[in-house]
Write a protein that binds this ligand. Structure first.
Ligand code: NAD
Length: 407
């Protein structure tokens, strides 16, 4: 239903072509939520408005280093002049972006700094792109709530205070599984199940409210899933910057994705949550297992055993040694496993610390540690220990008990 745009410049251009409330792009579910007849005629497209050099807007794009910001800045710079379009973000811009026009550091959670930027640069239009998108947002809800909701409040207040025109994109994620489909009306049930979707519904309503209350020129389009031609998807949001390789999905999130996929289809669910389609397929297969997992567990990660025979041998060795009273440490396990793997001709096995952790988990082995909470020792300790040892040894000799039977 929602087309995926491969060319950002084209998308941005099309977005700018929209006339008032009516959309000129067939089959694209992009909607204009609100407009201000105060500044632009309702039936005038952006392209039909001609700007004299002095009339050029001074535009600030927040979150401009994401998928959409750079492409939009290029387009607007061609139209309004390079220096009138200021990109901002909390990340360091790549060289080509830095040299292509003004860039400024701006954290939308820093109200004072944002206001300073607006004042010092005589900003007249604010394009608010900073956001944590669905999958990243679900992985860090408090941060998503801050960036997507508190950040929006900052932007709204600054726009109201300085009489800026404000554009905030919304998303197809602002709908939920209970929204009517095909055609989906502009005004309908919107019960999204992600913090991202919820924050976007909030943004739509807040924008309308500020428009009615303060006459703010607030505009909002519900974008479809867009893949930028020049920036990686999902790249660079606050959370992924913190640790890009540690993208974890909890069992709960996976089940939400599965529910969406069952309700619509894999492609739509993947787009909505910003995950790969193959993940959706796998998670659907694992549904039953996921339902049994604790909801915040990044389920089943790394628990698959690649060398079952090797692990069986190692497990047997650990049990035997423990039975004989030997202390088995993690390094001993790894050394033995490595030796055993070489004997079995498994060359790719490295007995890494991670493998050891997973092996112990799979075979229910734990390392016993000295407890920090000690009992007060009895006065006659030595006497008691000696008499107990004598007792054990005597019965061990008399009855040939296994050591493991003595507890
Ligand atoms: N890409 C899509 O498919 C799509 C679809 C619908 C709506 N949208 C909306 O369009 C806008 C841009 O999307 P995108 O794909 O470029 O997102 P993106 O995740 O690629 O970029 C978001 C940017 O926000 C920045 N950011 C995060 N925290 C910030 C903070 N505290 N202060 C300032 N900047 C911060 C990040 O560094 C990042 O560069 C978003 O509002 C998004 O909700 C995008």
């Amino acid at each position: 239903m929602m087309p995926v745009f491969r060319n950002l410049a084209k998308t941005a251009k099309e977005a700018l072509l929209i006339n008032g409330c009516s959309c000129q792009i067939p089959a694209m579910s992009v909607r204009l939520m609100s407009w201000s007849p105060r500044q632009v005629n309702a039936d005038a497209s952006f392209h039909s408005v001609s700007f004299a050099e002095s009339d050029h807007p001074r535009v600030l794009i927040t979150g401009g280093l994401g998928q959409l910001g750079v492409g939009l800045a290029n387009l607007l710079r061609k139209r309004f002049g390079k220096n009138n379009i200021i990109l901002s973000d909390i990340r360091k811009p790549p060289d080509h972006v830095f040299h292509s026009g003004p860039f400024i550091y701006s954290d939308i959670l820093d109200y004072k700094n944002l206001r300073e930027i607006v004042v010092n640069n005589r900003i007249t239009w604010l394009i608010h792109y900073s956001a944590l998108l669905s999958a990243v947002g679900e992985a860090n809800v408090p941060l998503a709530r801050n960036v997507n909701i508190t950040g929006l409040h900052n932007v709204l207040d600054i726009a109201a205070e300085h009489n800026l025109r404000l554009f905030v994109p919304s998303t197809i994620g602002a709908f939920g599984s209970t929204s009517p489909r095909n055609p989906t009306p502009d005004l309908c049930i919107q019960r999204p199940r992600t913090i991202y979707g919820v924050s976007k519904v909030h943004a739509e309503l807040m924008g309308e409210y500020y428009h009615h209350k303060y006459g703010m020129d607030f505009r909002c389009l519900r974008y479809p899933g867009i893949i930028s031609a020049d920036t990686l998807p999902g790249g660079g949001t606050t959370a992924t910057m913190e640790k890009r390789s540690a993208k974890k999905y909890t069992a709960k999130l996976k089940l939400q994705v599965v529910a969406e996929a069952e309700h619509s289809n894999n492609v739509k669910a993947a787009k909505l949550f910003g995950v790969g389609e193959s993940c959706v397929r796998n998670w659907r297969k694992q549904k039953e297992k996921l339902m049994e997992s604790p909801s915040n567990k990044c389920a089943n990660r790394g628990s698959k055993c690649h060398w079952p025979q090797l692990e069986d041998n190692v497990s047997k060795w650990v049990s035997e040694n423990r039975e004989n009273g030997y202390i088995i440490t993690r390094s001993k396990i790894r050394l033995y496993a490595l030796r055993e793997a070489r004997n079995m001709g498994i060359r790719e096995f490295t007995a890494s610390p991670g493998w050891c952790t997973r092996f112990m988990k799979r075979h229910d082995f734990v390392l016993r540690r000295k407890t920090k909470i000690a009992q007060r020792l009895p006065k006659e300790l030595e006497e008691k220990v000696t008499s107990f040892q004598t007792f054990v040894i005597k019965h061990h000799k008399a009855n040939s008990y296994q050591l493991s039977c003595i507890g």
